[in-house]
Design a protein around this ligand. Structure first.
Ligand code: C2E
Ligand code: CA
Ligand code: CA
Length: 703
């Protein structure tokens, strides 16, 4: 047990105990010494009385007086020397026989042992004999008191009177000293108790004033270190060291509170950065980061990392029907259910409005993934009870894994999403991306080989879809659309093979093929003396952005001796996201060849009219998706109205594509759209049909 390990309270108790014991011991010692002192001083007194009396006796002997008188005066001397009730002198010889005794004269002449009431006479006799031998002596005897009663202990003193065989003796009864001792003991006890009480009071005061505050502060400090910052520090008002300590701690606590506040804020910000506020699951960004970390962790061993994209069916419809609040309730319920079946190796996130994602940290085997996917679907599909209605939500799961399906987080997420969408199309619950990928890459390979062959073997041909001017109601231009009649697969849509050609690097060859074919066609019409409207060619951004594109364009058309005034190029908005000054230059250079420029699929991409304002373009084609719902969607109508208004402000002509109904057409007329294109007016036509159309100067019905 080390002193430094003891609590201050125990130390104080120890100190007080030592102090009290010390006081008691000191008092006892003091009492003992004072007892000794009293006894000694009593002895001294006896001895001095006896000596004084002996010197008086000796003086008496020297006097030349008759014997009788001497006897009388000796007797007087002995009889009168009484210094207190029980203290008297008596004369005794060495026999020992009493010679003179002032209290009991009847004893005179008798042996001491004849005295009635004495005890242990042999001690008395021996004592007197020893005293006679020694000249003087103190010793204890048992002797009755003059007042009677039994023998009491008496401290006896006897001293020989020089030149005689007599001794002068006296003594004190020990119990005569008791009141004196008692009084002493009493005062010592009172003093002791007083000092002890003072010590205890002192200890209590110290405890209250120092120890307790220190204990208090230390327990508050311990609390602080555990993060308990609510309580205020007492004693801060004090001016002593404890006050200083309390104030320092108070400052420390304020510091902690401030720190805590900042930390909470940071945590909250961090939370918002990484979590979806509704479901409290990871958000898309945090999920992406988690996938990235997992990929890095498994990079060396190439252990698989699985990712599941969970896409809810028809959640958008539910949102429209029930409102966002109820939709959130549904998502929270699903999140909670999924949490309950997740393990520590699962990271669940909400990736978008109706999509969750699940990352599996420790590579399980394929079979387990499929079991898990099935379990997740079953969990989601349990009916959900909302306040007023019960709903049931279905879902599809797309599965990807590193490294098979990609080694970037966006690849794993994006491809899993594709797999989930495909699963829905295929009416399956879950689907591995790898199974689509295999199909796709097979398809791609075939198509890639086939596109090359198709160009050589003239499997491609052009169709022409006229665009009508709504002012004159006459065809203003026609859009060239590419057609592919595959010998085995039959008709393949450009919507399918154009993107594949773009991905596989064949697009420029394909675009050149179209440019050539158009130039050839124009030459043929020119040779036939047919006046034909402008021909609009769809051009991929990849081809357009090639530095030698304008040269190539001129080369192709001049080789057929066709003026580029006949040609319009349709570029998609994607081209416009390039650096503005670069694209401006490029467009100017291309336009200087004589072609006009049209921006296709306007409204679907990133460009805005304000961006187009600074570009040398002639037409914009409002994307078909805005025309589709024109009659039913006020929002689409608003967009179309806005595009038309602003485009006309910029002196641009507006084309509406995909016009299929009279209703759409009449709205477009009312909104002063310039040009229309669509199945209502004309489907894409074969060259022969198109030639008939332009030959007949066909016009559409006007208002
Ligand atoms: P796009 O440039 O937006 O072409 C318009 C598409 O809408 C054409 O489909 C056309 O047939 C179709 N269309 C026109 N009016 C209507 C209508 O009233 N209703 C409906 N439902 N559709 C209508 P297509 O020919 O299948 O072309 C699809 C896409 O393929 C084109 O979209 C274009 O991006 C691309 N494409 C077509 N030909 C070529 C080409 O020669 N070269 C390049 N690079 N791309 C081409
Ligand atoms: Ca087009
Ligand atoms: Ca279009």
């Amino acid at each position: 047990m080390q002193l430094s390990n003891l609590s201050i309270r125990k130390k104080l108790i120890g100190l007080v105990t030592i102090l009290v014991l010390g006081i008691i011991a000191t008092s006892c010692l003091a009492y003992y010494f004072s007892y000794q002192d009293t006894t000694n001083s009593k002895r001294e007194k006896i001895r001095s009385v006896v000596e004084a009396s002996i010197s008086q006796i000796l003086a008496l002997q020297k006097l030349d007086i008759p014997d009788l008188e001497y006897q009388q005066r000796l007797k007087n001397l002995i009889y009168n020397t009484r210094y207190s009730d029980n203290d008297y002198l008596y004369l005794i010889d060495k026999a020992p026989r009493v010679i003179l005794h002032p209290i009991k004269p009847e004893l005179e002449g008798q042996l001491v042992t004849d005295i009635e009431g004495i005890e242990k006479p042999e001690l008395i006799i021996q004592g007197f004999r020893d005293a006679f031998q020694a000249g003087s002596m103190f010793w204890s005897i048992m002797w009755p008191k003059p007042s009677g009663g039994p023998a009491k202990e008496k401290l006896t003193y006897a001293q020989v009177i020089p030149g005689t065989e007599m001794m002068l003796s006296t003594g004190i009864y020990v119990d005569d000293l008791n009141p004196l001792y008692f009084q002493r003991a009493l005062s010592y006890t009172i003093i002791t108790i007083t000092v002890i009480i003072a010590a205890i009071i002192g200890a209590i005061v110290i405890s209250r004033n120092i120890v307790r505050p220190i204990i208090n502060l230390s327990s508050q400090m311990a609390g602080l270190s555990k993060g308990e910052i609510e309580q205020e520090f007492l004693f801060a008002q004090r001016q002593d060291e404890i006050g200083k300590m309390a104030r320092s701690l108070e400052r420390f606590r304020n510091h902690l509170i401030e720190n805590n506040r900042l930390r909470h804020m940071q945590e909250h910000v961090k939370f918002l950065e990484s979590f979806d506020p509704v479901t409290r699951l990871y958000n898309r960004q945090a999920m992406g980061e988690a996938i990235e970390r997992e990929i890095i962790r498994n990079h060396e061993n190439q252990d698989p990392v699985y990712f599941l994209f969970i896409r809810f069916d028809l959640l958008r419809n539910l949102t429209i029907e029930l409102g966002e609040e109820q939709r959130d309730q549904i998502l929270i319920e699903i999140a909670n259910r999924l949490r309950s079946i997740m393990s520590v190796n699962h990271r669940l996130g909400r990736l978008s409005e109706g999509c969750f994602g699940l990352l599996l940290l420790n590579s399980p085997v394929d079979k387990n993934i499929e079991t898990l996917a099935t379990q997740i679907l079953a969990t989601i599909e349990q009916p959900i009870q909302l306040d007023t209605v019960q709903v049931q939500v279905g879902a599809r799961i797309g599965i990807t894994s590193f490294p098979d399906d990609g080694d970037q987080q966006f690849e794993l997420m994006g491809r899993a999403e594709i797999a989930a969408k495909t699963a829905r199309k295929m009416e399956q619950g879950w689907l591995h991306y790898s199974s689509i990928r295999e199909q796709q890459s097979e398809q791609k390979m075939v198509i890639w080989q086939d596109i090359s062959a198709a160009m050589d073997q003239d499997q491609f041909y052009l169709v022409f879809q006229p665009l009508f001017d709504l002012e004159s109601n006459a065809p203003l231009s026609s859009e060239v659309l590419l057609r592919w009649e595959h010998p085995d697969r039959g008709f393949i849509s450009p919507a399918v093979f154009v993107p594949l050609a773009e991905q596989s690097g064949l697009i420029s060859r394909l675009d050149n093929w179209v440019l050539n074919a158009v130039a050839k066609q124009c030459r043929s019409w020119l040779d036939q003396n047919l006046t034909f409207p402008k021909v609009a060619i769809n051009l991929s951004g990849i081809s357009f952005l090639r530095p030698d594109f304008e040269d190539k364009l001129q080369e192709i058309f001049s080789s057929h001796n066709v003026d580029l005034n006949h040609i319009e190029l349709e570029l998609t908005e994607g081209v416009l996201i390039e650096d503005l000054s670069r694209i401006q230059e490029k467009l100017t250079r291309v336009r200087n060849t004589g072609v006009s420029i049209s921006i296709d699929d306007f409204g679907t991409g990133y460009s805005s009219l304000s961006r187009i304002k600074n570009l040398p373009v002639d037409h914009i084609k409002i994307d078909k998706s805005f025309i589709d719902d024109l009659a039913s969607s006020p929002q689409d109508l608003k967009i179309v109205q806005a595009i038309i208004l602003m485009a006309q402000g910029l002196q641009l002509k507006v084309v509406a594509e995909g016009v299929e109904t009279e209703q759409q057409l009449s709205i477009l007329r009312k909104e002063h759209c310039d040009i229309v294109q669509g199945y209502l007016l004309s489907r894409p036509l074969s060259v022969a049909d198109y030639e008939t159309l332009i030959d007949e100067d066909l016009v559409i019905e006007g208002e």
